[in-house]
Design a protein around this ligand. Structure first.
Ligand code: R5P
Length: 324
């Protein structure tokens, strides 16, 4: 039960999504005042008493990433100082996650740095939706729940499309595990694309590993679309090998730079036939992409929050990872 002992707050990166979650919970999000000093410093204050309450703080640390990370930290600090009983952070999109190891010397590990900051400021537990890599949970010493929304996206795709003559595609090695699981759960054969980046933000596909995609429909699944380079390169490589229609599913629509235009053009040129992206990042609602269907994750998040309020409400892994 979500009752007066619990409170849900959406910060700037997740206001819209939290309205939907709150609706599913049969409540309203608590109002906060977020203001800035002349020099840019952020001030966050919850407009009602939160003493003794379990506070659910929802924030996607998406663009503007630094601003949203700092806003989250400052919000946690103010909530802690207001004597909340417990703070659970729900992070629909965890920014800085891609820097999760040193790939060459003298690089930072920002995924760990952000984890340290969130933990240090005083959070009790955190739920992260589709982080770039699941090992991020080891960067925290508090309970972390990693949740995938790919099953929800797959179910939406399956509802709209006949997947009989389809091959599921991992656009790079990073996504293999997740796509493999979907391939097994939905009984769809799989291919892996050999992607490399000659320079940052440029993606090239050198070859396709696995089944022949000729005359098959392809379903590309990725955790995120940022500049759109990976997806476009993947579509081109699959088309060159003679595939038919292409459906794309992704959890996070970061859509930086001219990704919106690129994807629109790809839809117009029938490189992409259908595109499914979830609403982990608010700005997805501002994008005008032909063939885009937004998959709403608020119902799942409401269920997850209910489990946090009382474990009698089920198990988080069952909500999002259930085998077919
Ligand atoms: C890479 O490891 C990720 O899973 C995505 O494929 C990548 O971040 C997407 O970026 P972009 O859209 O800029 O190619």
């Amino acid at each position: 039960m979500f009752n007066q002992e619990n409170i849900i707050i959406g910060l700037s990166g997740s206001k819209k999504l939290v309205d939907l979650i709150a609706k599913n919970l049969g409540t309203k999000q608590a109002q906060t005042t977020i203001s800035h000093f002349a020099d840019g410093e952020t001030l966050v204050r919850v407009d009602e008493s939160i003493r003794g309450k379990h506070v659910f703080l929802v924030q996607s640390t998406s663009k503007p990433v630094n601003e949203n990370v700092m806003e989250l930290l400052i919000a946690i600090d103010s909530i802690k100082r207001a004597s909340a009983k417990k703070i659970t952070v729900i992070c629909p999109y965890y920014g800085y996650a891609r820097q999760d190891r040193k790939s060459i010397g003298r690089e930072p590990i920002t995924a760990k740095l952000v984890a340290n900051l969130i933990e240090k400021v005083g959070v009790d537990n955190i739920c992260i939706i589709e982080p770039h890599s699941n090992q991020i949970q080891g960067f925290f010493d508090i309970p972390v729940d990693i949740v995938s929304m790919l099953k929800l996206i797959m179910d939406e795709i399956k509802k709209d499309n006949n997947l009989k003559n389809t091959i599921i595609v991992s656009p790079d090695y990073g996504c293999v595990k997740k796509v493999k699981k979907l391939s097994l759960d939905y009984n769809i054969p799989m291919v892996i694309l050999n992607k490399y980046r000659p320079k940052p933000n440029v993606a090239e596909i050198t070859n396709i590993l696995g089944e022949d995609v000729k005359n098959k429909n392809c379903l590309i699944i990725d955790d995120m679309i940022d500049t759109g380079g990976t997806i476009i390169a993947a579509c081109k490589a699959l088309k060159e090998k003679g595939c038919n229609n292409i459906i794309v599913g992704a959890t996070h629509g970061i859509l930086s730079n001219d990704a919106e235009n690129k994807l629109n053009l790809a839809c117009k040129n029938k490189l992409i036939n259908h595109l499914y992206i979830s609403n982990t990042i608010n700005t997805i609602y501002d994008k005008k992409i032909n063939k885009l269907k937004i998959v709403d994750i608020s119902k799942q998040l409401a269920k997850i929050i209910k489990v946090y309020t009382n474990p009698i409400n089920g198990s988080i892994s069952k909500i999002c990872y259930s085998k077919k």
